[in-house]
Ligand binder design. Structure first.
Ligand code: ADP
Length: 447
């Protein structure tokens, strides 16, 4: 087992990894920018090293500084968290060259899944159902017209290098196709340095269902059911739950098995998420994330496992601590993402926290790096905390969420908390009757 792990991240996810390390008796090293000297992850880790100025490019994305920090502290492995360098194949390659273990999949798997066209191709070959669309990239507008007419409007044009909802454009009819095609290409080029795009059938009322998978890198893999992340704003998730309100045990077993077998076949190592759109009883693959997801705690809650501990184990060459038969669902869990943003426009709202009080009690988990007097810097993501509740069933989880939201105090900055108070009054949220467009439509009339 590793003696010391460096966490190449900040905020709540850095704390999440430090906690797992501490329970495993592993020393942790925090890295931070000059803007984060007073951050909680710096205080909580065993050691901390400054890796550069505030801008992420110069600090949390600075590969040379991070490798140097490993060498200075003697850390043998790096946990990347999510975002930043977590899905950067070149970074993983650089670590290999320096003999530092990466707590995550191989550079090759990251590369394959990071390119959405290659990922889709790979999944089709592994027997995973995909959204109908172009076979690979669409090189020019003339081809786009042909594919779109074959697939049938509406279609969505996606940049193969896209992510975070960027590089995706909807064309409802042929009149919108040219602009959508050229915009998706331009966005792919400017945001990701790659203008290759592909076309998919646009599904009208799907749910976003993702399957958590886990592999040991030696051909064994399991699935840990699904998360329903359909409540999204601008393709960003805001409320996630497990199990999914509309997924039956039979459907779960079937798609779970397909996913676990697919990742076993490629000797996948560590945590991964296979994302699907789900409509009328059918699953359609959209992408695979080769890292720990923000919403992993809902899965941990219902299965009673520690996914970060498991990631560390397999990265150190150990076996997984569970097999498929050990994984039994217990109850229902919900996570809400709390952002320092001002409603109704969701404008980022950094600033000083004058008072912070986390909720507690049975079935409540608050993952946050906030504390009284902390100043949220303006340079990074606006996620300031995740509130996760667990109950014996969905109604109990919803009641617990409402109760916990009532206890939570975040003063000094505007947050998205009022959104959740309002959502918990909505009949569709209470019954679980929502698709990926529900929240955006609700926001238009309710905020
Ligand atoms: P990103 O990598 O940017 O997150 P994804 O491919 O995962 O992009 O898609 C993000 C979201 O966009 C999905 O959760 C869904 O809401 C929407 N979306 C993607 N593909 C389709 C599609 N074919 N039809 C309808 N909506 C889609």
């Amino acid at each position: 087992m590793f003696e010391k792990i460096l966490i190449a991240n900040r905020g709540e996810i850095a704390l999440r990894v430090i906690r797992a390390c501490r329970e495993m008796g592993i020393k942790s090293v925090a890295v931070h920018s000059t803007a984060d000297s007073d951050a909680m992850h710096v205080r909580m880790a065993d050691e901390a090293i400054c890796i550069g100025p505030p801008s992420s490019t110069d600090s949390y994305l600075n590969v040379a500084s991070i490798i140097a920090a490993c060498e200075v502290t003697g850390a043998q492995a790096i946990h990347p968290g999510y975002g930043f360098l977590s899905e950067n194949a070149a970074f993983v390659q650089a670590l290999e060259d320096h003999d530092i273990a990466f707590i995550g999949p191989t550079a090759e798997h990251i590369r394959t899944m990071g390119d959405k066209i290659t990922a889709k191709d790979t999944m089709i070959n592994l027997g995973v159902p995909c959204v109908p669309g172009s076979a690979g990239g669409v090189p020019d507008y003339e081809t786009a017209v042909k594919v779109a007419e074959e697939v049938g409007f509406p279609v969505i044009i996606k940049a193969t290098a896209g992510g975070g909802g960027r590089g995706m454009k909807l064309a409802k009819s042929i009149d919108e196709l040219e602009v959508a095609f050229r915009t998706a290409r331009a966005e792919g080029k400017s945001a990701f340095g790659n203008d290759e795009v592909y076309i998919e059938k646009y599904l009208g009322k799907p749910r976003h269902i993702e399957i958590q998978v886990f592999g040991d890198g030696k051909g064994n893999a399991v699935h840990l059911g699904e998360r329903d992340c359909s409540l999204q704003r601008r393709h960003q998730k805001v409320f996630e739950e497990a199990p999914g309100p509309v997924i039956t045990p039979e459907l779960r077993a079937q798609i779970g098995k397909t996913c676990a077998e697919a990742v076993a076949k490629i000797n996948y190592i560590g945590a991964g998420t296979i994302e699907f759109l789900y409509e009328d009883g059918e699953f359609y693959f959209i992408e695979m994330n080769t890292r720990l997801q923000v919403e992993h705690p809902v899965t941990e809650a219902i299965f009673g496992v520690d996914l970060v501990r498991e990631q560390i184990r397999v990265a150190a060459g150990m076996d997984m601590s569970f097999g498929q038969n050990d994984l039994v669902i217990n109850g229902h869990a919900i996570e809400v993402r709390i952002n320092a943003e001002r409603l109704p426009n969701f404008a980022p709202c950094p600033g000083k926290i004058t008072q912070y009080h986390a909720p507690g009690g049975l079935g409540v988990r608050m993952d946050s790096a906030l504390y009284d007097g902390y100043s949220i810097p303006p340079y990074y993501d606006s996620l300031i905390g995740k509130l996760i509740v667990h109950g014996r069933n969905r109604p109990e989880a919803l009641a617990r969420l409402k109760r916990a939201l009532g206890e939570l105090i975040v003063d000094g900055v505007a947050t998205t908390l009022p959104l959740f108070d309002a959502l918990l009054e909505e009949p569709e949220i209470l019954t679980g009757d929502y698709d990926i467009h529900w929240l955006e439509k609700w926001l238009e009339t309710n905020l």
